[in-house]
Design a protein around this ligand. Structure first.
Ligand code: ADP
Ligand code: MG
Length: 495
């Protein structure tokens, strides 16, 4: 993926301008205005209250937990929190919206402006402005592909609480859009406001794209609805920007419209133009009072926030001396960084050394060996067959010379298979490194005796043969000889 924001057209360079509206499902046992459950994967229409089905006379009751999560999210993104906000009705007709309106926040959202810092591949950073965050209900789902003559409606999602997080049009490349969503997702997961599961639709984005000559005023935008993976967001943005450039370069104009991304074809297609846009006739919902937040409530939300990924990343660099690359990798996901910190604590304790001295080795092992293995096995960090304590035991055996690098890798493979401790595995399979001087001297003597001619050549000045002797000794000891010790003893024997 190119990091450059510039598209080279036939008539010169163009720049893309991107703004995202991210819909994040709030983690909450019940819906925004009803007591119905929200768990994913239930039987159709098993989680629908009379409120969600819009039975006459039913009244919405605001779920305080959803408000708390929206405020926590706003605070985590450095946003202003509006002490006074209001719920409005957004009126439109659709089969999966029984009330005929969605309750949302229009002019007065609960959260105002803020900013999110994103880090790019090349190590540079950008700040993306947040315009607002408001609370709203999700709609139900129409199902058209189960029966050739009928459409079905599943209202399980109807009324589920969503936060709509609206960015400013501050992104300039597919990479920036991807980094924005990944960073936002990590924060939402870290604070427990949204599980970030894009396959299940807990996090999805409407992507606004326009193009312009560098430095010119913004062009007309198109909005790509409901894109549900970071890769698709990047593909959709890249396709859409090129499509707009092609139109502009042949003398055409862009008409504001809503488009859909087709992942199979990698292209966007028109859904409806702005001219067909609904007039939603927003008005304040008369069933709900305005939402007023106390300072105490906001402070309680603030106090409940854990250390955020950006702060963690800076701490890893400053306190642990990790490279920006490793620090970013280990803080991209909360579960992974919790695992890393457990590994680090165990490693430092076992080796009786300060965390800072063992951090880089532990981080390299985790991001290299462990992530590699989990990737291969298709497992998340939560399903790792090896615990942080077991991993620390393995690293300690390397540090004290019991295991060489290659032996440690063999032991690790067996740990993945059996879940056993490394000491038990090394003992049972005879995988310990040989650091016994007597045994190694004997092996060296045998090797030198068997290759008398080469020994003579070496002594006559053919230095390069040293590696050959090391190799022979390693072979003779089944790869278990301590390499540093072999080096020293060989030099003595040959010298
Ligand atoms: P609407 O209410 O019509 O959706 P908004 O002002 O809420 O319009 O903007 C929606 C999103 O579109 C925001 O994320 C914003 O950053 C983005 N956006 C606005 N103008 C542009 C533009 N010219 N190009 C790309 N994105 C834009
Ligand atoms: Mg909008």
């Amino acid at each position: 993926m190119s990091t450059g924001a510039i598209i080279e057209g036939r008539t010169g360079p163009w720049e893309m301008v991107l703004g995202l509206e991210v819909h994040a499902q709030v983690i909450s046992k019940s819906k925004l205005f009803s007591g119905a459950a929200t768990a994913f994967g239930a039987e159709p229409n098993a989680q629908v209250s009379f409120v969600d089905a819009a039975f006459p006379g039913m009244l919405p009751v605001l779920n305080g937990e959803c408000v708390r999560q929206a405020v926590r999210t706003g605070l985590a993104l450095g946003c202003t929190i509006n002490r006074w906000s209001r719920f409005d009705r957004k009126n439109y007709f659709y089969a999966d919206l029984p009330a005929g309106y969605q309750i949302s926040q229009y002019q007065h959202p609960v959260v105002g402006e803020g900013a999110l810092e994103i880090a790019l591949e090349d190590g540079s950073t950008r700040t993306v402005g947040i315009e607002r965050i408001h609370l709203e209900q999700d709609a139900g789902k129409s199902i058209h592909d189960l029966n050739p003559e009928l459409s079905y409606v599943d209202l399980n999602r109807a009324g589920v609480a969503l936060m709509e997080i609206v960015s400013k049009p501050d992104m300039r490349s597919p990479e920036e859009a991807g980094a924005y969503v990944a960073t936002l997702r990590a924060i939402l997961r870290a604070i427990g406001a949204c599980d970030g599961n894009m396959q299940e639709g807990s996090l999805r984005a409407d992507v606004n794209v326009s193009v312009r000559r560098p430095g010119a005023p913004f062009g007309t935008r198109c909005e790509i609805k409901n894109v549900n993976s970071i890769r698709f967001i990047q593909q959709a943005v890249a396709f859409e920007a090129r499509r707009q450039v092609a139109i502009l370069e042949t003398g055409g104009t862009i008409h504001q419209e809503t488009r859909l991304f087709d992942p199979d074809r990698g292209e966007t297609r028109s859904l409806r133009s702005k001219e067909d846009a609904h007039d939603y006739r927003y008005f304040p919902d008369p069933d709900l009072l305005p939402l007023e937040l106390s300072e105490a409530f906001i402070e309680e939300c603030r106090a409940s926030l854990p250390e955020l990924p950006a702060a963690r990343r800076m701490r890893y660099e400053a306190e642990l001396g990790l490279s920006p690359y490793l620090a970013r990798l280990l803080t991209a996901d909360m579960e992974q960084s919790v695992w890393f910190e457990a590994l680090l604590a165990e490693t430092a304790a076992r080796q009786g050394r300060p965390a800072r001295e063992v951090a880089e080795k532990a981080a390299n092992w985790m991001t290299g060996e462990l992530f590699g293995a989990l990737n291969r096995l298709g497992l998340g960090i939560g399903q790792s067959p090896v615990s942080p304590a077991q991993a620390a035991a393995l690293l300690a055996m390397v540090a004290d010379g019991t295991l060489s690098g290659p032996l440690a890798r063999q032991v690790f493979e067996l740990m993945l298979e059996t879940g056993e401790d490394p000491a038990a595995i090394a003992e049972a399979r005879g995988l310990k490194q040989v650091s016994d001087t007597g045994a190694l001297e004997a092996a060296i003597a045998e090797v030198l005796a068997a290759h008398a001619a080469k020994v003579a050549e070496y002594r006559a000045g053919k230095d390069k043969l040293f590696g050959f002797f090391v190799g022979q000794v390693m072979k003779a000891t089944g790869g278990r000889a301590n390499p540093a010790l072999v080096n020293t003893l060989l030099r003595q024997a040959l010298g």
